[in-house]
Design a protein around this ligand. Structure first.
Ligand code: NAD
Ligand code: TYD
Length: 334
């Protein structure tokens, strides 16, 4: 099979490519990525020499490029997005462009050439739960509450509408909060681990009582694999973590404990505007229909992530300084 992976230089997309190339030796992957601040070719070092892997630097909004690439593959796996809620609060323009118009461009190409499309989405499209609400599932109505989740909700609706109107062969996965190796160190878990390693304070928003359902990134990628291989065309699958619903404060204390640091490093800062209270996923459909379930528990996954960041200090330093762009120039322009 030939795959076009969009956003494969980011956190989850790069895990997908590393995983797929390890488990599907025959397949060929083209990775289309614009290399925004979040895209990093260092994440793909272990596959870059593989003859079945090919990198194209480009924009999913570039119609000619997208049509050229889609024409040549069997399946598009769409990760590319602006993904950070806090950035969408500061300026939503890039979110609407990439997440909505970029998805539309891919859908037009998929429609034109009759290719299979898997759309990687988030549980944030369902909005915010109260403490005693049942977890999100595939029947939960959409109710996004920040520009990031609104743009992802729009892209999900577009994907489904192209299936109903134009008959494209699509599936969607809506997954909870990911964490693990290569996580860009401005998101909560990698930021807190990096700060704690240097005995710096960690900025907990508001009262720290918000709840997230954390999934180890490899479990998410295995879920996407299961949807690609066994999912029904036109269907959505919710993917979530293994008993991993915790408050931000509890999670912060777990990281502090595993790193052997002091809780005095917790600093409560101004809350995020419109901060969603709770996300939680009921993944019973994926479990029943795909035989998928998450395997990595929260404490085990956090320990793996800490171990990875402790052995990849330079990676995090380079991400933070923007130095990784130099790697790209060296690798492709020298
Ligand atoms: P990320 O920000 O780490 O990576 C995004 C990648 O997309 C980067 O490599 C970036 O360079 C690329 N990109 C951005 N704009 C582009 C454009 N116009 N053209 C081509 N490439 C472009 O994001 P991530 O955390 O890996 O998330 C990947 C996908 O998974 C996103 O669609 C996100 O909505 C979804 N998702 C993320 C989470 C999470 O917890 N991170 C949870 C569920 C779903
Ligand atoms: P984040 O990793 O940005 O994911 P999302 O907002 O998509 O769930 O944040 C996870 C949670 O951590 C969220 O409730 C916001 C909170 N948070 C902090 O308390 N401090 C921080 O510095 C960051 C980045 C996030």
């Amino acid at each position: 099979m030939k795959l076009l992976v969009t956003g494969g230089a980011g956190f989850i997309g790069s895990e997908f490519i590393r995983y797929w190339m390890q488990h599907h030796h025959e397949d060929k992957i083209t990775n289309l990525d614009l290399l925004t601040y979040a895209g990093n070719l260092e994440n793909l070092k272990e596959v870059e020499e593989n003859p079945n892997y090919n990198f194209v630097k480009g924009d999913i909004c570039d119609r000619d490029l997208v049509f050229d690439l889609v024409k040549d593959v069997d399946l598009v796996v769409h990760f590319a997005a602006e993904s950070h809620v806090d950035r969408s609060v500061l300026d939503s323009s890039a979110f609407l462009r990439t997440n909505i118009l970029g998805t539309q461009t891919l859908l037009d190409a998929v429609k034109e050439y009759g290719k299979r499309f898997h759309h990687v989405s988030t549980d944030e499209v369902f909005g915010s739960l109260q403490l005693d609400d049942p977890a999100f599932d595939e029947s939960t109505p959409y109710a996004p509450r920040n520009p990031y989740s609104a743009s992802k909700a729009a892209s999900d609706h577009l994907v489904r509408s192209y299936h109903i109107t134009h008959g494209i062969k699509m599936t969607i996965s809506n997954c909870s909060n990911n964490y693990g190796p290569y996580h860009f160190p401005e998101k909560m878990i990698p930021l807190f681990i990096s700060n704690l390693m240097e005995d710096k304070t960690v900025p907990v928003y508001g009262d720290g009582d918000q709840i997230r359902d954390w999934i180890y990134v490899t479990d998410h990628v295995r879920g996407i694999e299961a949807v690609i291989e066994k999912g029904k065309i036109g269907e959505t699958y919710c993917l979530g973590g293994k008993d991993a619903e915790v408050t931000n404060l509890e999670l912060t204390k777990t990281m502090i404990k595993l790193l052997g640091k002091s809780e005095d490093l917790i600093e409560f800062v101004k809350d995020r505007p419109g901060h969603d209270r709770r996300y939680a996923i009921n993944y019973a459909k994926a479990q029943k229909e795909l035989g998928w379930e998450p395997l990595v528990g929260l404490e085990e996954g956090i320990q793996n992530t800490i171990d990875w960041f402790e052995s990849h200090k330079e990676w995090a330093d380079r991400c933070r300084s923007g130095e990784y762009q130099e790697y790209y120039n060296k690798q492709y322009h020298s």
